[in-house]
Design a protein around this ligand. Sequence first.
Ligand code: CMP
Length: 138
Amino acid sequence: MQRTLSIIKPDATSRNLTGSINARFEDAGLRIVAQKRLCLTKALAEKFYEVHKEKAFYDSLCEYMSSAPIVVQVLFGNDAVAKNRVIMGATNPADAEIGTLRRDFGQNIERNAVHGSDSPENAEIEIGFFFSQMEIVE
Ligand code: CMP
């Protein structure tokens, strides 16, 4: 069993898609063991996405991620990191397979509905960024 961090991004929360997205996780056998809705400051978005700070899209991404509420969540289950990446689909909704979250709900490569950790190691770092152990109930 494994945990992964998921973020429902501003484009999705603002279109009231949180419940529809959560249903996809639960239908695929992942359990939502922690969840909260919050607004990132630009400084916090910059810290979270620090690994991308040399990229051309970094400033726009951080501006966007702090523009409206997000929902951060911990997903728990068998092979949760890889499973969530299949559920999400490719980063660019135009390249994502039909039936994936990004294809069905994403608008463009930046406004792509959801974020998910890319490895179990990064999952633990990203979970620690948003949650204390007390807030995670498996
Ligand atoms: P995410 O999984 O949150 O990880 C980094 C984010 O940067 C990514 O989803 C996209 O929202 C964004 N991103 C990645 N590549 C690009 C790009 N080429 N142009 C704009 N935004 C991008």
